[in-house]
Design a protein around this ligand. Structure first.
Ligand SMILES: Nc1ncnc2c1ncn2[C@@H]1O[C@H](COP(=O)(O)OP(=O)(O)OP(=O)(O)O)[C@@H](O)[C@H]1O
Ligand SMILES: O=P(O)(O)OC[C@H]1O[C@H](OP(=O)(O)OP(=O)(O)O)[C@H](O)[C@@H]1O
Ligand SMILES: [Mg+2]
Length: 282
């Protein structure tokens, strides 16, 4: 099975890092190589441009891919299934026009021109609203185009909003919310290997928000301790040989750790260990 992964740009490092954390270690992945083997002899990585990945998966050059939802929508191949939100590369595609300019709503673009790197998404957006505008396809620096009479507005990516502000552009409408996804061609979604990869990546995402707590607790306080531990099922309780203490282990939400520890101390818990979890298969 082949996984298409961004070869450069902002999505490369977090994608490779996620595969590594999922246990799909890359072997023999020299810089600038287009293919890399993984520790699983059945899984190969194919490095490609983020924008080309949906086509590669659709055409069968790869079976699953990792790239932004914006790219999947733009490719519009119609045969790709979103398997998992990997939650990085979060951004919005927005319609934006010069601050204090005449364009205040999408309707003002009737008869005008919109510049974008996303012509298919933009066309669908305009058609849905019955707005008849030309599309000028550009391959970067889209924010410049309204200031040099190439376009009246743009559809482009924003995350912090800095680039729009620097170019004196205001958001007029949201076009698409995007984040990086694991997706597959429809005909391979039931393949056990695809499911194995999805589970491995999902287990990393699930573990990210969780911590493993270990502590010693006086035997008579076990019930009270169980009550203060929020979380996934009951904790594991183990006898400690020759002592009146028991060991308690539990998986808890990262956000509750700070408060929970205070409550645990109040119930006599000692030697409380908090550790990160690499993977968690629910
Ligand atoms: N500013 C941003 N914040 C968050 N995510 C972004 C941002 N810009 C782009 N992305 C996401 O990353 C994807 C790839 O963008 P990136 O800029 O890494 O590649 P590229 O522009 O195709 O490559 P390059 O500019 O290096 O040739 C986008 O399709 C989008 O999903
Ligand atoms: O809202 P912001 O945080 O300012 O991010 C938005 C900018 O980020 C992306 O550009 P990128 O940095 O990828 O440069 P590129 O044009 O070379 O792709 C995107 O095309 C915007 O220009
Ligand atoms: Mg870019």
């Amino acid at each position: 099975m082949r996984i298409a992964v961004p070869n450069k740009g902002r999505l490369h490092d977090p994608s490779v890092d996620l595969l590594e954390r999922a246990g799909l270690h890359v072997v023999d992945g020299a810089d600038r190589k287009l293919y890399a083997d993984t520790v699983d002899p059945e899984v190969t990585i194919l490095y490609a441009r983020a924008a080309d990945i949906p086509e590669y998966v659709s055409d069968g050059a790869a079976d699953v891919g990792i790239t932004g939802l914006d790219q999947v929508r733009e490719a519009d191949t119609g045969d790709l299934v979103d398997l998992l939100d990997l939650e990085f590369g979060a951004c919005r595609l927005v319609l934006a026009a010069p601050e204090d300019g005449p364009v205040e709503s999408v309707r003002d673009l009737d008869g005008g021109t919109v510049a974008t790197e996303f012509p298919n998404v933009t066309r669908a957006y305009l058609d849905e609203r019955g707005v008849d505008a030309d599309i000028a396809e550009v391959s970067g620096a889209t924010e410049l185009t309204p200031h040099v009479d190439i376009a009246d507005a743009i559809v482009d990516i924003t995350s912090t909003g800095t680039t729009l502000r620097m170019n004196r552009l205001a958001v007029i409408d949201d076009v698409l919310e995007s984040s990086v996804r694991l997706f597959a061609r429809e005909d391979v979604t039931d393949d056990p290997k695809v499911e194995q990869v999805r589970t491995a990546l999902s287990s990393v995402k699930t573990a990210e928000g969780k911590r493993y707590l270990m502590m010693n607790v006086p035997e008579e306080n076990v019930e009270a301790v169980k009550d203060v531990i929020p979380g996934m099922g009951g904790p594991t309780v183990m006898d400690i040989a020759g002592e009146d203490m028991v060991a308690v282990h539990a998986v808890v939400d990262e956000r509750s750790v700070f408060e929970t520890i205070t409550d645990l101390k109040a119930e006599g818990a000692t030697d409380v260990l908090v550790t990160e979890i690499e993977r968690l298969v629910e």
